[in-house]
Design a protein around this ligand. Sequence first.
Ligand code: NAP
Length: 315
Amino acid sequence: MTEPVFTKIAIIGAGLIGASIARAAQEYGAAESVVLYDVSDDVRQRAAGIGLGNIAEDLKSAVTEADCVFLCVPVGALEAVAADAVPLMKAGAILTDVGSVKEQAASALSAAADGRVHIIPGHPIAGTEQSGPEAGFPTLFQNAWHILTPLAKGDADYAEAISRLEAFWTQLGATVETMDAARHDRVLAITSHLPHLIAFNIVATAFDMETVEQGEVVKYSAGGFRDFTRIAASDPVMWRDVFLHNKDAVLECLGRFSEDLAALQRAIRWGDGETLFNEFTRARSIRKAIIDAGQDSGAVNFGRNLPKGDEDESA
Ligand code: NAP
């Protein structure tokens, strides 16, 4: 059995990601004690009811004496939660987050910094379209990337804190990668944020089309549409905050996407089968590269009865 990396961790926000960290830390012995706090009375009660760990009634009792505090709240709430948490934390502790946008997380967490705690923003590239404490499961981070975006400056103590946080995520089954925050936001804009925007949009368009009965949209959804509806079922608060806080990178990708879409539109209009065939062939080879890289399985997936952990959706 591997030694726990931390004696006590505090998880603020007991939703999908917070609950999964709690379950994984206990399952894989990465922390001796796990305390969770959520701003919502209802979430705290539900988390206690499903045995998620020690549930604190206030932020102070959660973060006091914690070696590492994980902020697992929507990105728009990070600055306020960090400002409340930092003065309550012990000197030398780590403050990290799991937010899907990293430049904004760096400034939100840094704004609260008082020189006593180590600020190390992070983002697990793992998730599902579910939310809430019941959605959490311990294998969520197995074989997933966990990206850390440390602040540029740091002494030997800061480097040691990064190593400990890396060891924690490794113990949860993740592979840790360090990246510049701006680069993270550009990469995730195209691999995660834009696909979610497209999914939200196509579902809305389908339901607004007067020529199609809504019952038919549901009935014939297997024709590709169903995969979009799964992504579009993701939490509206989380995704609102992602687009508000990764605005520039998303708008840049959206511009490129719109140009490429217009090119396909033109090829369809003019019957240019060669262009369509070449583009679709290129896209197919990218799918193959993703499967070859172990980022997805090539198994036929009808979206039904997937075991937990096979339903990954990076955010
Ligand atoms: P979630 O299931 O909705 O959980 C978030 C929890 O945080 C909710 O229970 C919410 O309570 C609580 N909360 C909000 N403000 C708070 C505050 N000020 N203090 C304490 N608790 C607070 O969301 P999630 O999917 O776990 O996402 C959490 C973070 O992980 C987000 O930043 C997201 O970008 C990131 N992330 C998500 C995924 C994914 O696939 N979902 C993947 C990677 C990273 P209320 O519901 O009462 O507001």
